[in-house]
Design a protein around this ligand. Structure first.
Ligand code: DC
Length: 218
């Protein structure tokens, strides 16, 4: 079974999905982290794009969830490295490439074949898992999202001004929602959650309740 939460950067979907996974004792899949891992790989490899695409399928991209969503590339743990602002700067551009999306989508579809998952991303309810059991689209106003993003970076010791965070979020929203390939979009059958109107606990409990209801209605 798969439950999906899509939404823009800073909408609170990752921390919410993680908390829901804990509450329901299911697996969490952070699709953005996988796009970040490919971006890390591209920047490290210093290859031209055609060469990079050629080598992509020989790479071992693995992940596991235990409190945190951990990502490894060829055995090297890159969980922290993929949160670097340099990765945030380039990830939307890399994620817009068809070959990259095919690569990540295949990994995700294979991973969720067994077990119960909640995954978060941009296009999961519309393109990757259109038959997901339960779909949510989480959003929040720009100010709330920017404050959250800044706090998150602050907690990792990364100093960025508020205006820089706003500019980065706007730029990523623009790329993620206007790209040709599977843009950020609310699925017709997704439940809209405006996280600026809820406390964190309230939104987690609301989503847990909706998931339980959808299982009972099955
Ligand atoms: O959730 P995040 O900010 O870590 O995601 C990083 C980038 O990955 C985001 O700017 C867009 C891309 N992404 C995507 O294109 N499709 C997804 N399902 C998840 C993320």
């Amino acid at each position: 079974m798969i439950v999906v939460i899509d939404g823009p950067a800073g909408s609170g979907k990752s921390s919410t999905a993680r908390a829901v996974a804990h509450e329901l004792n299911i697996q969490y899949l952070d699709s953005g982290a996988l796009y970040r891992a490919v971006t890390y790989l591209f920047l490290e490899s210093e290859q031209s794009l055609p060469k990079f695409f050629e080598s992509l399928y020989s790479v071992q991209l693995t992940f596991k969830f235990d409190n945190e969503f951990h990502v490894s590339l060829n055995g090297e743990v890159i969980t922290e490295a993929i949160r670097d602002p340099k990765i945030s700067l380039h990830v939307s551009g890399i994620a817009a490439m068809t070959k990259v999306r095919e690569f990540i989508n295949a990994i995700m579809k294979k991973a969720v074949q067994h077990g119960l998952y909640i995954a978060d991303g941009r296009d999961l309810g519309t393109a990757v898992f259109p038959n997901a059991k339960c779909k949510f689209f989480m959003t929040a106003d720009l100010e709330t999202r920017a404050k959250r993003r800044r706090q998150e970076l602050d907690s990792k010791g990364i100093q960025v001004s508020y205006s820089e965070v706003v500019a980065e979020i706007k730029r990523r929203d623009q790329i993620d929602s206007t790209r040709e390939e599977d843009p950020l979009k609310q699925a017709d059958d997704a439940i809209l959650v405006d996280s600026s109107a809820f406390s964190f606990d309230e939104q987690v409990q609301y989503i847990v309740k909706k998931i339980k209801e959808s299982i009972i209605l099955e």
